[in-house]
Design a binder for this molecule. Structure first.
Ligand code: ZN
Length: 142
């Protein structure tokens, strides 16, 4: 006996069925004796995924992780939007611009954001210039 996980191409129902062997599966399928429990469609195929891999628990976990990821991404995107609206983008000139602001004491100047190397950040910190590292996600609308 062999147990196959089957999936209906019409309604996406996944179910398990026992067969004497793989030949019996082929025979039943050819003779149109293999149908979906839900919609009676004969468009039923062996599922490539083992049922244990897509158990409800795992499925929920995947969904959960995905939602968590989406939530984090949303938070970062909101943060990015705030920064974009309130800070001046200086790109790779970040270290230079940060020093300019720091040494010219331009307190009223907008904050800046951009990219800097780890070395730049370390040097800025040694000079007493505060920097914040924030995660940045690619914004597809850009
Ligand atoms: Zn079906």
């Amino acid at each position: 006996m062999i147990k196959y996980s089957l999936v209906c191409r019409e309604c996406d129902l996944t179910f398990e069925s026992w067969f004497a062997n793989s030949k019996e599966y082929e025979k039943l399928k050819r003779k149109k004796l293999l149908n979906c429990h839900n919609c009676n469609s004969y468009n039923v195929n062996k599922s490539l995924m083992a049922p244990s891999l897509i158990s409800k628990k795992n499925n929920d976990k995947i969904k959960n992780d995905y939602n968590k990821y989406k939530q984090i991404k949303k938070t970062i995107m909101e943060y990015q939007k705030f920064i974009k609206n309130n800070f001046r983008y200086v790109g790779k000139n970040f270290a230079y611009e940060a020093r300019t602001i720091h040494y010219n004491d331009k307190k009223k100047e907008k904050g800046i954001y951009g990219t800097a190397s780890k070395k730049d950040l370390r040097e800025l910190r040694e000079e007493g210039i505060d920097t914040q590292i924030i995660p940045w996600v690619k914004d597809n609308s850009n």
